[in-house]
Design a protein around this ligand. Sequence first.
Ligand code: GDP
Length: 296
Amino acid sequence: MAFEGLAERLQAVMQRLRGKGKVTEADVKEAMREVRLALLEADVNFKVVKTFINRVKERAVGQEVLKSLTPGQQVIKVVNEELTELMGGEQSKLVKSNRPPTVIMMVGLQGAGKTTTSGKLARYLSKQNHHPLLVAADVYRPAAIRQLQVLGEQLDTPVFSLGEKEDPVKIAEQGVAYAKEHHHDYVIIDTAGRLHIDETMMEELKAIREKVQPDEVLLVVDAMTGQDAVNVAESFNKKLGLTGVVLTKLDGDTRGGAALSVKAVTNCPIKFVGMGEKTDALEPFFPDRMASRILG
Ligand code: GDP
């Protein structure tokens, strides 16, 4: 289970605070020392941890909190609110263009789950009575196009492809034109990833972005890779500009660092999380629900 270690440790700290009729500044400091360690061990970016702890301390040692009737509860409430804020505060919804189709460009490194997530997103939108079109623009990874076509068949969602010999920019452009003609209200473009970030990939992605002017550029990253996921997000955002992040494999035993750091480090909101390999295992991301899950 994701976040297991972190949740367990934070819940133990919170439990101790909850029981106290009186909470002193020293109690808060001690609790925050433990929270700090738990976050660092969960692979949360150290700068993010520092800012977080300072914010909680600043608010929690205030008179209203410590002098209240339930000081322990109040401190926990502050931690919960700050954790929510850290992950983006409000839910960040998928943008909808007022001139359909809404174009969503999926980017990410190979193996992060980009193709799978493209299929999941198509299913998610179909469930809401939209008519998405999948566009197969990953012409490099062997079998990526076939993988998307199989997903499309499973989901009853059309897949636009020009094979693997065409220029991905042209595929993306023609895919969007096809969607307009055939009244699809969403277009999901599955682009090519690489094993590592490289200039050729970025140039290609930039060229696609310039050509089709997507409403969303969603980066798919693997939560299991912890701080690496955050570094990848930072690079993609600097070089390409992102509108959001999809964090995959949150069903695994990720320590949680990526989920807790991505927004603070890159300022890009997490829009969805992947919770499994099946096509229905995609959930919109709610920072407040995640914070409550972690704090118990
Ligand atoms: P791509 O190279 O980025 O297009 O990656 P794929 O979509 O082919 O996914 C790589 C692997 O990760 C596949 O085995 C997927 O089934 C798996 N995968 C993707 N998303 C998730 C997820 O949320 N949870 C789990 N457990 N596996 C996932």
